[in-house]
Structures are given as structure tokens and as C-alpha cells.
Design a protein around this ligand. Structure first.
Ligand SMILES: Cc1ncc(COP(=O)(O)O)c(C=O)c1O
Length: 462
């Protein structure tokens, strides 16, 4: 129970928010009569809103970000100390935490060598796109500049990143988009595009990429940009056989491979630091953001291998030869200072292992729910990154109307558990419940999340 003064203050906060804040991804009409949600405090896996109501957060800050949980004083202290010593200097110079974090990160990414700091996942992806285009100009007279992206994948909210976006509902009304981005089919077996299963399906889905390359002309295609496990497009784990074939195709046509680890990166998928490391992939670019510092400070990185880096320092006499790019807040020191502690916590607390064990447990529990509720058509996931796709008919796999999927989320919310759902993503497919609890999750936490989902499904679907 909040005391009177605090209650008064929080009412003012709610009023200020209602009057002036434009919330992300939100229709504001309901706030004319109702209240926006204000999250006031967080500890571990739990957050409290303006009414003091406690929630178990099964989505790590709403968008798979707070990987080590809330209230980590150790990260806050490291950031504070660093801010007092040096808060900022442009990224054309180095910084102590920037150098230290790059070394730590690269030691966990065999084959990669350079870290370019920026401040959001979208921006990290834009950096990779710019590098690909500059390489095309430096090496191929501008011809090999096209970037392939996949149906259902998402790479960010800027116009450039949306030009590379495979979620049409996000893009509606925001065009025209940039040219030079070409779509390839998704690899989701549950929504099969070919009458095959298992490894045959995976290889066929990868062959579909080759077909696009051949249609465009391999000498025009510079890079392929993919999420290792697609997030907002439906939590899509790749089918067997997919990644080895994708890698083979990239090598065959000298196409740079850009892996977007904005969601999967830094432990989310368990066992390995990055999603791509489960599949033996050797990327040229790896972009990351959300979990890098668990949201304690803004930090994103575009990481490259030495082969890419070398192409930007070939000719000292050419004033245009190097990567002519800057990100103002890429020079903030709070990000790498927080990221250093974040990675140390993951290691010291064994969170990669915990994520695998708890992820497997949660997958089993969700599959048990699938036996009970016929509305769950499919359960997918890797580590603590899971989805349950809701269908009105298991045979036709017709997605449930999005209002019903949202009703499940609302029921969980009312019961004090925050879960997610694919939202304004693939038209007609805003029907996958999303779970990404912090890497510190315990069995009890997962039992609560699954129990809330169970009750919510019963209430909405009977
Ligand atoms: C896979 C993926 N890439 C990129 C982004 C964009 O990141 P940001 O919102 O930090 O720009 C997101 C955000 O959800 C994402 O899910």
C-alpha cells in the first residue's frame, strides 16, 4: 500500500504521462478514459505498476531485453562509477569500457574480430547495410549491393531497416521504402510452403534462397540478413538442415552473411552466447542490442570478422576508403560498462546453463498445455525464447482471431503475469503467444507463467 504523498505523486505522474507521453506501438484512444500503465519498480523477475500491483514478467521488459533481471545494483554501480570518470566521448576515440567489452565479447565469438558501437538494434543493422553497400562500391563497381531478407523476419524500425523487413503489417503506411532489398521465403515448417518434412524441408527452404539469388543475379547480391530464430514473426526455430545449406549457398555465391542477434544474442537461447552458435554458422556480420546490457544502459553493436574489417583500410590515399559513419550515442560509456557486468553475471551465475535447463522445462510444460488445449496448434522455442501458436482448427491451422490471442494476454495480465503476443507483425498471424522470461527463471516462475496461461486459455476458449 502506497502512503498518501506517494499516491499523490504517482497520480501526477500518470497525468503527466497521459498528457504528454506518446507510448510505443500503442493506440492512445483508450487513454482518454482509462489509464496508461506505468511500471514503477523492478526486482528480479518481478515489476510493480502505479497501483502497487505485482507482476511476474515473462517477457523481460516487454521486448526480450532484461536478461539478468531487474534491480542489479552491481550493474548500476559500475555505470555510476564510469559516468563519474568519463560519461562520453565520440566513438572516433576509444574508451576504457569500450575496449574491455569488445575484448570480452570477441573472446566469446570465435571467427569475429571487430565491434562497432551504436545505440539500437535498428541502427546496428543499418551499419551492416551501409558496410555491405560500401563494399559493393569498393569491390564491385556498386553492382553487388542487394541485401536479401526473409519473410517474417524483422530488423528494426527505421526506414532502412523496414526496407529489409519481412513483417508486412509493420510496414503498411510507412512506404515508400529503400530499394536494393529483396525478400526470400520464410523457413517455418508449421506453415509449410513445400510438401516435405524435417531435413528435406530445411534444405528446400534454403534452396528457395538460392532461387532468389539466381533470379536476381548472384553478381548483384551482396549480403543475406537473417535472424537465427525469428522473434516477432512467430518465434520460428529453423528446421533441420536449413543452416548448413544457407551457409553453403552464401559461400558459393560470395554473399556476406549478416546474422541479426538483437533478440537471440547474449544468452537468450541457452548454452551458447549467440543463437547462430547452435547451428555452426560462420557469419560476416553479427548485430546485437537488447540483452547486451539487459536494458541497464543503451548499447548495440555491429560485430564483423576481420575479412570485412580489412576491406575498410585498404587505401590510405583514398579519403573515402574507410567506414565514414558515426553514431553519437555509440560513444556513451555507460553501455559497455553495463555490458561488462551483464556478461560477468551471466557467467558467474551459470545463466547460459540455467537458460537451457529452464527453457527445456518450459517447452515441456507448454507442450503439456498443448495436450490439454486444442487451441494450441504448435509450441516452438530455443532456451528461454518460446512461442505457442493459437489456431481455431488444428487440421486447417487457421489462426485464431487476434482479439482472442490478445484476450489471453489480458487474462494473464489480470492474474499478474505479463506475457506477449505477436503484434502488428505478419498480416493475419498475430496469434503466437510469446515468452521470454529472464535467464534467472526458476521452476516456480515457469510454473506460474504456464499456470496463468492455462487458466487464461480456459477462460477465453473454454
Ligand atoms: C530481430 C530484431 N532486430 C532488430 C530489432 C530492432 O531493435 P531496436 O528496437 O533496438 O532498434 C528488433 C526489435 O525488436 C528485433 O526484434
Amino acid at each position: 500500500m502506497m502512503d498518501g504523498n506517494l499516491q499523490n505523486d504517482i497520480e501526477k505522474v500518470v497525468e503527466a504521462d497521459r498528457a504528454h507521453v506518446w507510448h510505443h506501438l500503442t493506440q492512445h484512444k483508450p487513454f482518454e478514459t482509462g489509464e496508461p500503465r506505468i511500471i514503477v519498480e523492478g526486482r528480479g523477475m518481478r515489476v510493480w505498476d502505479q497501483h502497487g500491483k505485482e507482476f511476474l514478467d515473462a517477457v523481460s521488459g516487454g521486448v526480450w531485453t532484461v536478461n539478468v533481471g531487474y534491480g542489479r545494483e552491481r550493474i548500476a554501480n559500475a555505470v555510476r562509477d564510469q559516468l563519474i570518470k568519463l560519461n562520453y566521448f565520440a566513438g572516433s576515440a576509444g574508451s576504457i569500457p569500450g575496449a574491455q567489452f569488445s575484448e570480452k565479447l570477441i573472446s566469446r565469438m570465435p571467427g569475429m574480430s571487430r565491434v562497432y558501437y551504436t545505440n539500437s538494434g535498428s541502427e546496428a543493422n543499418e551499419k551492416a547495410f551501409k558496410m555491405v553497400r560500401q563494399i559493393a562500391h569498393k569491390r564491385y563497381g556498386g553492382k553487388k549491393h542487394k541485401i536479401l531478407y526473409r519473410d517474417r523476419d524483422y530488423h528494426g524500425s527505421t526506414i532502412g531497416a523496414m526496407s529489409c523487413g519481412g513483417q508486412d503489417e509493420r510496414n503498411v503506411q510507412y512506404g515508400p521504402f529503400a530499394g536494393g532489398f529483396v525478400r526470400v521465403p520464410h523457413c517455418m515448417e508449421y506453415r509449410a510452403q513445400w510438401d516435405l518434412t524435417g531435413e528435406d524441408y530445411g534444405q528446400r527452404a534454403a534452396d528457395a534462397i538460392e532461387e532468389v539469388i539466381l533470379a536476381e543475379g548472384p553478381d548483384t547480391v551482396g549480403a543475406l540478413c537473417l535472424e537465427p530464430v525469428t522473434a516477432g514473426g512467430g518465434v520460428i526455430t529453423p528446421p533441420e538442415g536449413y543452416w548448413p545449406r544457407v551457409q553453403e549457398i552464401c559461400r558459393k555465391y560470395d554473399i556476406l552473411l549478416h546474422i541479426d542477434e538483437v533478440v537471440c544474442g547474449v544468452g537468450r537461447t541457452g548454452t551458447h552466447w549467440f543463437g547462430y552458435q547452435h547451428y555452426g554458422i560462420e557469419p560476416d556480420f553479427v548485430t546485437m542490442a537488447k540483452g547486451v546490457a539487459s536494458g541497464y544502459a543503451a548499447i548495440a553493436c555491429c560485430v564483423t570478422n576481420e575479412r570485412v574489417f580489412e576491406m575498410f583500410k585498404e587505401d590510405m590515399t583514398d579519403p573515402l576508403d574507410y567506414f565514414r559513419d558515426i553514431s553519437t550515442f555509440g560513444g556513451c560509456t555507460a553501455g559497455p560498462a553495463a555490458a561488462l557486468e551483464n556478461v560477468a553475471i551471466i557467467e558467474e551465475e551459470g545463466l547460459l546453463e540455467n537458460t537451457t535447463v529452464m527453457g527445456d522445462y518450459m517447452l515441456d510444460q507448454l507442450r503439456a498445455l498443448q495436450d490439454k488445449h486444442k487451441v494450441i496448434g504448435d509450441v516452438r522455442g530455443k532456451g528461454l525464447f518460446l512461442g505457442a501458436e493459437l489456431v481455431s482448427d488444428r487440421t486447417s491451422r487457421e489462426p485464431v482471431p487476434e482479439k482472442q490471442a490478445q484476450a489471453v494476454v489480458a487474462e494473464c495480465n489480470a492474474a499478474g503475469v505479463i506475457i506477449g503476443v505477436t503484434n502488428r507483425s505478419v498480416p493475419g498471424f498475430n496469434n503466437t503467444l510469446c515468452y521470454s522470461p529472464a535467464l534467472i527463471s526458476t521452476r516456480d516462475d515457469i510454473d506460474q507463467i504456464v499456470a496463468a496461461t492455462d487458466t487464461a486459455l480456459t477462460r477465453v476458449f473454454g
